[in-house]
Ligand binder design. Structure first.
Ligand SMILES: [Zn+2]
Length: 451
């Protein structure tokens, strides 16, 4: 364990407390806040002028990380230097351009790659924890386990269940989102992936394409039901999967989009026109492309035709070699390209556990040899995000950098989290995965704290 925590002189901390409150302001501002970069720059400026104004000389340890390469991920930097203070990135540079400041603590990861921590926008659990049943302590355990896979932020994802169970789960998850949102890197806690928002996978799904979601708990889309879920989640719904062809769906899509929810079409039997109507109403993403969707037919392209051809849409896929054949993963990557392809795990509580039976909302899944099923139907996965990234690099012939992009910047952008998440740039949270040259996770850093 390396001494990662910034050491800040007590007196200096008090004097600068008002300066640091920018972070709380940033998190309260929520999504798509371009001003955050500017604010971070202002922060460094304010600290410099405070020092000039004669404040006591602070013991203000800056962490500097270096390795062989760094993926922002839009760019690759050789011999990088990544500067971290108080859990946030203050500078991204190369050894040729910058020097390590005196007093800074330098950590060299040798031949490794520094990349943004992975962001999983569709996952139901792992290491035996099902997010719909989980207590705050369970979610803390899940968050710790996720860092083994390079994940630093995730969207706990619901399944169709009795409304009271769903609402109780949403309240519990909202509690943890709020409890972990404002903690800083200086609190001495173990690094854990954080829940960043909630993904409602259901109840507004097609009966015909429900997968394993129990039919008795599916609902027709109405503003009333949506409002009820929204209230239970206290506004932390960041993503919603919905079948756009259902009566009432377009109205709910429009309202959810108005509230900055990433509306994602999926679990759907939509024809092309209905899928396009969903996009026109405000959907801009698609959930586990090909799975639980009306299949592509060359004279009846349906929802898959829309997902693959519409450049307004980003889309995600489960690249575990089980849910979609590798040839079709390649087709998907080709269609959505480097900027709109998103990797998800759709992992269940069984991920990271031996074969057996595990909870998935109100259901029980059976896991045998890497397949998660209920009555023979696929029911989520045991995929981890680091493996998904390596699979895409191998199956898709993509560079590791672009595969990483599909697990970092692209999902963060799809759900409106960038520029604070999914990217290594000034003002971003210091969420970093240290990868081997072939994409294995060596270390995960959350807000400057190392695993
Ligand atoms: Zn799912």
């Amino acid at each position: 364990m390396v001494p990662f925590l910034n050491v800040i002189h007590d007196l200096y901390l008090k004097q600068l407390l008002s300066v640091f409150s920018w972070k709380q302001w940033m998190s309260s501002k929520g999504h798509r806040d371009e001003a955050s970069r500017q604010t971070a720059t202002q922060e460094s400026g304010i600290m410099r002028s405070a020092a000039r104004a004669g404040c006591p000389s602070p013991t203000f340890i800056m962490m500097v990380f270096t390795a062989a390469r760094l993926y922002t991920p839009l760019e690759e930097i050789g011999d990088p230097l990544l500067f971290v203070q108080d859990g946030a990135i203050t500078k991204v540079s190369s050894r040729a351009q910058s020097e390590t400041p005196q007093g800074a603590s330098l950590l060299d990861f040798g031949d490794a790659i520094l990349a943004p921590g992975f962001v999983d926008i569709h996952m139901h659990g792992g290491t035996g924890v099902d997010v719909m049943q989980a207590s705050p302590a369970d979610l803390a355990r899940l968050g710790k386990w996720l860092t083994n896979n390079g994940v630093t932020g995730y969207f706990p994802t619901t399944v169709a269940a009795p409304i009271d169970q769903t609402c109780a789960a949403l309240e519990r998850i909202a509690d943890v989102i709020e409890a972990t949102r404002d903690s800083t890197a200086t609190n001495g806690k173990t690094p854990r992936a954080r829940p960043l928002g909630i993904h409602l996978e259901g109840p507004f799904l097609s009966h015909k394409r429900r997968g394993v979601h129990p039919p008795e708990y599916l609902a027709q889309p109405t503003l009333e039901v949506f409002e009820c879920l929204w209230q239970a989640a206290r506004g932390h719904v960041g993503m919603m999967t919905i079948a756009p062809e259902l009566p009432g769906a377009l109205e709910v899509i429009a309202e959810a989009a108005r509230r900055n929810v990433c509306v994602s079409i999926g679990h759907s039997d939509a024809d092309l026109a209905s899928a396009q109507a969903g996009v026109k109403a405000g959907a801009h993403h698609a959930t586990h492309t090909f799975n639980a969707m009306r299949p592509l037919d060359h004279r009846d392209p349906g929802i898959v035709g829309e997902v693959l051809t519409d450049n307004q849409l980003s889309a995600d896929i489960i690249a575990d070699g089980i849910h979609v054949s590798s040839a079709v993963v390649q087709l998907f990557l080709h269609a959505k390209g480097f900027d709109r392809s998103v990797l998800i795990t759709d992992a269940t509580a069984a991920a990271g556990m031996p074969d057996g039976r595990y909870q998935l909302g109100p259901m029980e899944v059976e896991v045998k040899a890497g397949r998660c099923t209920i009555d023979g139907k696929l029911a989520g996965s045991v995929l981890t995000m680091d493996r998904a990234v390596r699979n895409v690099a191998i199956l898709g012939g993509w560079s590791l950098r672009n595969a990483v992009r599909a697990a970092t910047l692209n999902p963060a952008h799809a759900v409106g989290l960038s520029p604070q998440q999914g990217v290594l740039s000034i003002g971003s949270e210091a969420n970093i995965v240290v990868l081997s040259p072939t994409g294995e996770v060596r270390k995960t850093i959350v807000r400057g704290l190392t695993s």
